[in-house]
Design a protein around this ligand. Structure first.
Ligand code: CU
Ligand code: ZN
Length: 217
C-alpha cells in the first residue's frame, strides 16, 4: 500500500512537471518565431548599414572639402586660411593670406608633413611629391603635387587666390589631407630644385577635413 501511494504521487508529480515543461516549450517556440518575424526588416537594414560601413572602411570615406589655417612662424606675421574643395574639374584652392610683403609674390606650396611644430616651419619637410618628380610651376604637367606657385599680394600685403588645380587630390594616393601648407618669404622661380628657391617659411598650416556645417565668408 505504501509503495502504491508513493508510486501514485511520484507519477502525478511527473505528469505535472511534463505539462509545465510542454507549456514552457511552446511559449518559447512561439516567442522565438514572433521575434524572428518581427525583426526581419530591422535585420536587413542592419545588414545594409554594415555593408556600407564595410565599404567605407575599405575605400575610406570620400572627402569633398579640406581646410588649413595658416599661423605665422616665429618672428613673422603671415596668417590666413586655405580651403580645398572638390569640383568636377579638379580641386578648387581658395586662399586668403595677410601679413605678407606688399606687391610681392610669395612661394605657396603643400609640403610633405602636416607638422608645424618647428618654430621656423621646417618640420613640414619638403614639397609634397608622392610621384617623385621634379619641382615645377603649377601649370606644368610634371611638378610636385604640392607646387601651387606664388601668392601675389596687394598694397596691404594681402593675397587672395582662387583657382582649380588638377594635381591636388582630396582622396587616394595623392591626397593632400594631413599634409602641410607653407607660405614662403621669397618667390618660387619654378626652376630651382627641389624647392624653387622660395626662401624661409613665413606661415604654416595643417590640411584637415573641413566641417561642412561651417561657412566662412
Ligand atoms: Cu614650400
Ligand atoms: Zn615643389
Amino acid at each position: 500500500m505504501k509503495t502504491r501511494l508513493s508510486l501514485f504521487i511520484h507519477s502525478e508529480i511527473e505528469t505535472k512537471t511534463q505539462i509545465k515543461m510542454m507549456k514552457y516549450l511552446s511559449v518559447s517556440i512561439l516567442t522565438i518565431f514572433l521575434l524572428a518575424s518581427c525583426s526581419q526588416g530591422d535585420m536587413s537594414d542592419a545588414d545594409t548599414q554594415a555593408n556600407t560601413e564595410q565599404e567605407a572602411v575599405e575605400m575610406g570615406p570620400e572627402i569633398t572639402q579640406a581646410t588649413a589655417v595658416l599661423s605665422p612662424t616665429d618672428g613673422n606675421q603671415a596668417a590666413g586660411v586655405v580651403t580645398f574643395t572638390q569640383t568636377d574639374e579638379g580641386v578648387r584652392v581658395e586662399a586668403t593670406v595677410s601679413g605678407l610683403d606688399t606687391e610681392a609674390r610669395h612661394g605657396f606650396h603643400i609640403h610633405q608633413y602636416g607638422d608645424c611644430r618647428a618654430p621656423d616651419g621646417t618640420s613640414a619637410g619638403g614639397h609634397f611629391n608622392p610621384e617623385g618628380v621634379e619641382h615645377g610651376a603649377p601649370t606644368a604637367d610634371i611638378r610636385h603635387v604640392g607646387d601651387l606657385g606664388n601668392l601675389p599680394t596687394n598694397a596691404q600685403g594681402t593675397a587672395e587666390v582662387d583657382f582649380v588645380d588638377t594635381h591636388v587630390q582630396l582622396n587616394g594616393p595623392n591626397s593632400v589631407l594631413g599634409r602641410g601648407v607653407i607660405v614662403h618669404a621669397g618667390t618660387d622661380d619654378f626652376e630651382s630644385q627641389p624647392t624653387g628657391a622660395a626662401g624661409s617659411r613665413l606661415a604654416c598650416g595643417v590640411i584637415g577635413v573641413a566641417n561642412p556645417d561651417i561657412v566662412v565668408e
